[in-house]
Ligand binder design. Structure first.
Ligand code: NDP
Length: 296
């Protein structure tokens, strides 16, 4: 029997667990605030931002919505970030990526006050994560850790293959998994587009985390019996339906399910967890900024 790991259910538990912390903040007269900055007319980015705002409102986080025309000069974005850094009602700042080409994304990420960097992408926060002293764990890999925990998957001593080495998923995922800490202590192999014989690597894994952005890259024949498969990928592929597309992961679900002891679906696996962990980081940021003790 393969367990289908239900990301929606685990995300719901995470949100419920945040309620106590939000109550504690409320008693101290603090409402956590998240500012989202959108500088794009890409429909997917617009959808992500509006979902994040809706999530905030549902749990009692104030969502501050900033939209800049994609033609806006980069300096205006930087000064908006400066203003948000100085705004006491804003505890977390999220600039939706990608930003237009005339804006240097590294400059934006460095401009955000590390104490408000709820995505966890500021170099100071990346450094702290690597050093085993994370302030904000990046939302997607943190969500994967929580999913593995909820599914009772032991990472200690496990051989894990992470497919993908991006700064937002693959690298922080690998870093979290090798930490000498709960949810870590794994032996990690990080694969990427130059990896020779990916299938030989994935076949050796107890856990595969696929984050390549390639539809159905990982197929059942690349996996060993009993493997745990976490599919981070979200890819739009043409489909004969009303929308004209459907979402598929980086794993070929049907063939992988035949081998896996547990697997995440797409959608409904990692995606909801990413959103939940953003709320988590925002509540944490508010608690730390305001000196309120919360149990997270
Ligand atoms: P990137 O494009 O930034 O990185 C993809 C990584 O995969 C790169 O390291 C790349 O290698 C590697 N890769 C590409 N092709 C192959 C291949 N054939 N074999 C092995 N490795 C390969 O993507 P992201 O990390 O941002 O995102 C990955 C996927 O996860 C996407 O589908 C994205 O939409 C999804 N995503 C989902 C989230 C969620 O909440 N569910 C959140 C964030 C992302 P190289 O470095 O050599 O180019």
């Amino acid at each position: 029997m393969t367990t289908i790991i239900d990301g929606n259910a685990v995300a719901e538990e995470i949100r419920d667990g945040l309620a106590d912390a939000i109550d504690a903040l409320d008693e101290a007269g603090v409402k956590p605030g998240l500012a989202t900055v959108l500088m794009s007319d890409d429909p997917a980015s617009e959808t992500y931002v509006s979902m994040k705002q809706r999530d905030c409102e549902e749990v009692g986080i104030e969502a501050f919505d900033y939209e800049l025309d994609p033609e806006t000069p980069a300096d205006e974005l930087y000064s908006l970030v400066d203003d948000l850094n100085d705004d006491d009602e804003v505890h977390g700042i999220l600039v939706q990526m990608p930003v237009p080409d005339h804006v240097d994304d590294r400059t934006v990420l460095r401009r955000i006050d590390p104490a408000k960097d709820v995505d966890g992408f500021h170099p100071e926060n990346v450094g702290r994560l690597v050093a085993g002293d994370a302030r904000f764990k990046p939302c997607t890999p943190h969500g994967v850790q929580k999913l593995l925990d909820a599914a009772d998957v032991e990472t200690e001593g496990a051989d894990v293959v992470v497919v993908g080495r991006s700064d937002i998923v693959g690298k922080p995922m690998a870093n979290l998994l090798i930490q000498k800490a709960e949810g870590g202590n794994a032996t990690v192999t990080v694969c990427h587009s130059r990896t020779d014989d990916l299938a030989a690597k994935t076949r050796e894994a107890d856990i595969v985390v696929a984050a390549a952005g390639v539809p159905e890259l990982v197929t059942g024949d690349m996996l060993s019996e009993g493997v745990v498969v976490i599919d981070v990928g979200v890819n739009r592929v043409d489909a004969d339906n009303e929308k004209g597309y459907e979402l598929v992961g980086d794993v070929e679900f049907e063939s992988a399910k035949e081998k896996a002891s547990a697997i995440t679906p797409v959608p409904g696996g990692v995606g909801p967890m990413t959103r939940a962990m953003l709320l988590w980081n925002t509540v944490k940021a508010a608690a730390e900024a305001e000196g309120v003790d919360v149990d997270l």
